[in-house]
Design a protein around this ligand. Structure first.
Ligand code: PMP
Length: 375
C-alpha cells in the first residue's frame, strides 16, 4: 500500500481547500488571432527594446548581489507616474511593487486575510481574487451584482454588513464585464466595510488607463484602509514583465513587507520596468489607439446585432447567447475561424480583448458571419 504510485493531485496530502480544484487556465492556443487574455497587442517599440537591453546589461554585471530589496528607484518612478496621471500626489512611501498585481493581491491577502478571515468580491469579477483567497487560506464570499453587471450598492452594503469580511475587492473597470464602478459606489462600500469591521478595501484598477473615467487615487486621502492596485501588464503593454504595484497609506506598505519574500523583485525585473517607465508617453499613445479600437468593437458588435456591456477596459463583453452551453458553442465557432476569445463562464456572454485593427476586423468578420448563420 505504502508504495502505491502517486497518480494525481488528490493522491497527495494537499490541503483540503485545494482538493478537486483547477488551476487558473486561460487556454494558450496557437491560433492566428489571440484576443483572450486582455494583453496589449502591440509589441514594444524598438527604442524601448534597446533601452531595456541597455538597462538589463548594466544590471547583469551586479547579478552576483541581491537586488534592491525595497525597489527604491522603481517605486519612486511609479509614484511619479501615478502623481502625473492620477490627479493625486503619491510618494514612494505610498507605493509598493511586486511580480504582477496578482502578487500584490496575494501579499495583501497574506497580510489582511488568512485562516479564520474572509474576503468578498462582487461576481462575476476577476476570478483570481477568489483563487488567491483560497491559496492564502482566506474564506471567500461571492457578493452580488445586478443583472446589468453593475454593483447594486444596497445589496452589496448588506452583504458586507452581514458577512463582515476582512478584505473587500472592487474591480474597476471590472473584468470580465468591462464597466467602471462609480466613485460614489466605492465610497459607499468603503463606509460599509469600516462600519462592519473595519476591513481593507482593495480597488483593482488593472485596466484604469483604458477607462472613460478617472482613477480613484484621490480617494486615498484620509482613507487608511483603502488600497489601489495597478499593473504594467495592460496599459504599459508589458504582461511578460510581471510588474504590478499598489498605492496606499504608508502603514499598508509597511504591513505587506511582513509577508513579502526577501528580494522578491529581481534586478532584471526592476531594470526592465524602469526602462518601460522612461517610455510612458509612447506606451500611453498606444492606449489611446486601443481605446478608439475598443469603442469601434462596441459599435460594430451592436450594429451586428449583439448585446454589449459598456466597456471602460481594453476588452468587451458581448452576447447574449441563450441556452445551456450556447456561449461556449459560439466561442468554438469563433475559434474555428482562427480567432481565440474568452469564455469566462458567465452564462450567455463571451469576452474579446481589443487587438490591432486587423485582428479586430478578423474578429468582427467572424462574429458577423456567425450571426448570419444563426438567423
Ligand atoms: N486584476 C485584474 C482585474 C486582471 O484582469 C488581471 C489580469 N488579467 C490582474 C489583476 C493581474 O494582472 P498581472 O498579475 O499581470 O498584473
Amino acid at each position: 500500500e505504502g508504495s502505491r504510485p502517486v497518480t494525481g493531485i488528490d493522491d497527495l496530502p494537499v490541503r483540503d481547500e485545494l482538493r478537486g480544484k483547477s488551476p487558473y487556465g486561460a487556454p494558450q492556443l496557437d491560433v492566428p488571432v489571440r484576443l483572450n487574455t486582455n494583453e496589449n497587442p502591440y509589441p514594444l517599440p524598438d527604442p524601448l527594446v534597446e533601452r531595456i537591453a541597455e538597462r538589463v546589461r548594466e544590471a547583469a554585471r551586479d547579478l552576483n548581489r541581491y537586488p534592491d530589496r525595497d525597489a527604491v528607484q522603481l517605486r519612486t518612478e511609479l509614484a511619479g507616474y501615478l502623481t502625473r496621471t492620477g490627479g493625486h500626489h503619491v510618494g514612494i512611501e505610498n507605493v509598493w511593487a511586486a511580480n504582477g498585481s496578482n502578487e500584490v493581491i496575494q501579499q495583501l491577502l497574506q497580510t489582511f486575510g488568512g485562516p479564520g478571515r474572509s474576503a468578498i468580491g462582487f461576481e462575476p469579477s476577476y476570478s483570481m481574487h477568489a483563487l488567491i483567497a483560497r491559496g492564502t487560506g482566506t474564506g471567500w464570499i461571492s457578493g452580488p451584482r445586478s443583472a446589468d453587471f453593475t454593483i447594486d450598492v444596497e445589496a452589496s452594503v448588506k452583504a458586507i454588513a452581514e458577512n463582515r469580511p476582512d478584505v473587500v475587492f472592487i474591480t474597476t473597470p471590472n473584468n470580465p464585464t468591462g464597466s467602471a464602478v462609480p466613485p460614489e459606489t466605492v465610497l459607499a462600500l468603503y463606509e460599509a466595510a469600516q462600519a462592519a469591521k473595519p476591513s481593507m478595501v482593495v480597488v483593482d484598477e488593472a485596466y484604469i488607463e483604458f477607462s472613460h473615467g478617472k482613477s480613484l487615487l484621490p480617494l486615498l486621502e484620509g482613507r487608511p484602509n483603502l488600497v489601489i492596485s495597478r499593473t504594467m501588464s495592460k496599459a504599459f503593454g508589458a504582461a511578460g514583465l510581471r510588474l504590478g504595484y499598489m498605492a496606499a497609506a504608508p502603514a499598508v506598505v509597511d504591513a505587506v513587507q511582513l509577508v513579502r519574500l526577501p528580494y522578491h523583485l529581481s534586478a532584471v525585473t526592476q531594470a526592465t520596468a524602469l526602462a518601460a517607465l522612461e517610455h510612458t508617453d509612447t506606451l500611453l499613445g498606444y492606449v489611446e489607439q486601443l481605446k478608439d479600437e475598443r469603442d469601434r468593437l462596441v459599435t460594430e458588435l451592436r450594429a451586428a446585432g449583439y448585446e454589449v456591456t459598456d466597456s471602460d477596459a481594453n476588452f468587451v463583453q458581448f452576447g447574449r447567447f441563450e441556452g445551456e452551453g450556447a456561449a461556449h458553442a459560439v466561442w468554438q465557432k469563433i475559434l474555428d475561424r482562427g480567432v481565440l476569445v474568452r469564455d469566462n463562464g458567465v452564462p450567455g456572454w463571451l469576452r474579446v480583448s481589443t487587438g490591432t485593427p486587423d485582428e479586430n476586423d478578423a474578429f468582427l468578420d467572424a462574429v458577423r458571419a456567425i450571426k448570419k448563420e444563426r438567423n
